[in-house]
Design a protein around this ligand. Structure first.
Ligand SMILES: *[C@@H]1O[C@H](CO)[C@@H](O)[C@H](O)[C@H]1NC(C)=O
Ligand SMILES: *[C@@H]1O[C@H](CO)[C@@H](O)[C@H](O)[C@H]1NC(C)=O
Ligand SMILES: *[C@@H]1O[C@H](CO)[C@@H](O)[C@H](O)[C@H]1NC(C)=O
Ligand SMILES: *[C@@H]1O[C@H](CO)[C@@H](O)[C@H](O)[C@H]1NC(C)=O
Ligand SMILES: *[C@@H]1O[C@H](CO)[C@@H](O)[C@H](O)[C@H]1NC(C)=O
Ligand SMILES: *[C@@H]1O[C@H](CO)[C@@H](O)[C@H](O)[C@H]1NC(C)=O
Ligand SMILES: *[C@@H]1O[C@H](CO)[C@@H](O)[C@H](O)[C@H]1NC(C)=O
Length: 537
């Protein structure tokens, strides 16, 4: 199994135990190196002086500031020819350098090569090193909103400079095409809708555009597509555990926890979250889950986990654990429990080397002071956005089979918000995420000219995306101006990755990339008409 989560292409991604909580430290390399594949191995950092407050007349940001912060960006001009378009990759909820692969071998490389374009990654405000303030108090986080974030992109496109690249590449004189995956996909969509007079077009990949406070549909693709014996075993174990909790039989609850070596995890929800780790849980990913399966560098952890839960040849020391609580179920074994508990003990518990499982530095979440730490971090910024306007707290389903114990509902995550962001002098978080602001862009009816939606039907976030099972059906027919594509068999923004040879890609990824190229070509062919209408020369 992979020791760490390798990418935060996630909507909710908080990786603890000293691993990827903050942006990895990447030295600023000034000389560009070229790898064996002929692509740059690193990019020099550039800084854009970005306004902290784009809305001097909005009460929401009072008191206002005219200050700026240094926003990082990275660009690749290896394919660029004068007159070519600019492809702007939205960094989203992680650092700019952790997105370099998109310039090197991924979707931006594909588009740059096809159109002699210039590729640029912008690091979102409050991520990586693009912080307006040295700490992140509730007041200092007031400018971390969707509207400020997307205003950054429009302002950047109008004023960006690219050292050593001749000519003025600013928007709207040059076509700027945005690309984002996950939260950045939604930001791409919001940007094109809001700033379509500056930003020419965008591809929103696995973009959550319809938000709800709780999001139990996260588990739907796993319930549907994962090995079904694994799904059945886990959901029955969850049912049994939930029945024991509901009965108030604390001694059996504790016996169950002890099978996983987790009797010290006092809060049942913390325990439920921890044992859901290999599948996916409300916020803390200690191991790779279904979401981290990929077509290029994907993790196999989920399948190894299921292999253990369903192993019918496991040694007796493991299978006998299935009977440990059988007295509670009229003698019926809890099939797969031994393999489940053994996997968690072997693969998850060692991630807390000091064995203090209940501490917030390991698997506990109930220490209010830990949450209140105002140090800058991508995790903190992400949690803030979730609490304020994004919601999408993963919770257990209200009906049907559950892979996450029903002890977890949105109250669990809302408590973290309260601990993390006490009222400031000027700013306070709402009692519950105000998802209406995102949904006001259109929700499942979202539409903007030259905005493409591309999703994956096995993506855990898909039910918040354009191709959600809960969107009005049938979806509107795809057109050149409002294109969309659902990649069969694909997970979370799988079209972001590439291997420098489209023909050699798995067939549905290959076709998605060809579709993206065709889509962008049709848009670019009409750029001069648009420019004549919007920005007379
Ligand atoms: C920002 O600058 C404008 C124009 O100079 C000025 O009118 C305004 O008062 C300034 N705002 C703050 C908060 O300093
Ligand atoms: C923020 O930190 C930098 C670097 O340590 C320091 O120069 C600056 O004065 C700090 N700013 C504030 C407002 O504390
Ligand atoms: C621009 O070119 C100069 C001279 O070749 C070089 O020293 C500098 O590193 C280049 N800057 C960037 C950002 O590539
Ligand atoms: C159980 O998990 C381990 C990783 O911890 C993996 O190597 C092994 O193949 C899995 N067992 C089965 C039967 O799938
Ligand atoms: C199950 O119940 C029987 C009869 O009461 C008892 O002898 C046995 O020890 C119990 N087994 C477990 C694992 O608790
Ligand atoms: C709670 O978290 C704070 C801040 O990280 C830490 O100093 C304190 O020791 C923690 N308390 C417990 C009981 O773990
Ligand atoms: C979550 O569950 C707790 C305990 O049963 C309950 O008090 C709370 O109201 C629930 N919250 C929601 C949002 O349903």
């Amino acid at each position: 199994m992979k020791a760490i989560i390798f990418a935060l292409g996630l909507l909710v991604a908080v990786v603890r135990t000293g691993r990827v909580t903050n942006a990895p430290h990447v030295p600023h390399i000034n000389a560009r190196d070229v790898g064996a594949n002929g692509r740059p191995t690193s990019y020099p950092v550039n800084y854009f002086d970005q306004q902290i407050d784009h809305f001097p007349n909005s009460d929401r940001y009072s008191p206002h500031t005219n200050d700026t912060f240094k926003q990082r960006y990275y660009f690749d001009s290896t394919y660029y020819k004068s007159g070519g378009p600019v492809f702007l990759y939205i960094g989203g909820e992680t650092s700019g350098p952790s997105r370099w692969s998109n310039l090197q071998t991924g979707i931006i490389q594909i588009l740059m090569e096809a159109f002699n374009g210039l590729g640029v990654i912008i690091e979102n405000r409050y991520y990586g090193e693009s912080y307006p303030y040295n700490t992140s108090t509730t007041d200092e986080l007031a400018y971390l909103t969707n509207e400020q974030t997307i205003a950054d992109f429009a302002n950047f496109a109008q004023h960006a400079t690219f050292p050593n690249v001749t000519g003025d590449l600013t928007a709207p004189g040059t076509p700027w095409i945005l690309y984002g995956g996950s939260l950045a996909g939604a930001e791409t969509a919001f940007s094109i809708k809001q700033h379509g007079d500056i930003l020419y077009g965008g591809i929103a990949s696995s973009a959550p555009i319809w938000l709800s406070v709780g999001y139990s549909n996260w588990y739907n693709p796993i319930l549907k597509y994962a090995p079904q014996d694994c799904v059945t075993r886990i959901s029955r174990i969850v049912d049994n555990f939930d029945a024991v909790v509901a009965s108030g039989d604390r001694s059996t609850v504790n016996n169950f926890k002890a099978l996983f070596g987790l009797e010290s995890l006092t809060d049942d929800r913390d325990f439920a979250m921890l044992i859901a780790n290999p599948i996916g849980n409300p916020g803390f990913y200690q191991t790779a889950t279904w979401q981290e399966i990929g077509w290029k560098n994907g993790a196999n952890d989920f399948f190894e986990f299921c292999g253990n839960v369903t192993n019918i040849d496991a040694p007796e020391t493991i299978t006998q654990v299935d009977y440990a609580l059988a007295n509670y179920t009229k003698g019926q074994p809890w099939a797969g429990l031994g393999g489940y508990a053994d996997y968690v003990k072997r693969e998850v518990l060692p991630l807390c080397p000091n064995g203090d499982y209940n501490s917030n530095d390991c698997f506990g979440t109930q220490n209010a002071s830990w949450w209140a730490d105002t140090s800058n971090s991508g995790t903190r910024s992400y949690v803030y956005t979730s609490c304020v306007e994004q919601g999408a707290y993963i919770d257990s389903p209200k009906s049907g089979p559950a892979l996450l114990s029903r002890v977890i509902n949105t109250t669990y995550e809302q408590q973290w918000c309260k601990w993390a962001f006490p009222d400031g002098k000027f700013n306070k978080i709402p009692d519950s995420p105000a998802v209406e602001a995102y949904n006001a862009f259109g929700g499942f009816d979202f539409q903007a000219d030259r905005l493409a939606f591309i999703d994956g039907d096995q993506d855990v976030w898909n039910d918040l995306c354009f191709h959600s099972d809960f969107a009005p059906q049938p979806r509107p027919q795809s057109t050149d101006l409002h294109p969309h594509y659902l990649i069969t068999g694909a997970g979370h923004h799988w079209d972001s990755s590439g291997i420098l040879n489209i023909e050699a890609e798995p067939q549905f990824i290959r076709e998605a990339h060809k579709w993206e190229i065709r889509t962008v070509k049709k848009w670019l062919d009409k750029f001069s008409d648009w420019r004549a209408a919007f920005a007379p020369a």
